[in-house]
Design a protein. Sequence first.
Length: 63
Amino acid sequence: MKVKVNQDNCIGCGACESICSEVFALNDDGISTVITDKFENIDKAVIKDAEESCPTSAITVEE
Ligand code: SF4
């Protein structure tokens, strides 16, 4: 699985971090960052939920 945040599109709303803090965290500039590359033990549905909840479609999840 690959998870990316297009930081140019992120408006720092924090939704992804609220939904899945194991994968997403706002950096010092208030922009979301993917904080892990180990997704095996994280519920895929929660990651997808974060993707779908992003108001600017900045998150992409590839299987
Ligand atoms: S949900 Fe989207 S816009 Fe909001 S912080 Fe996450 S990546 Fe940025």
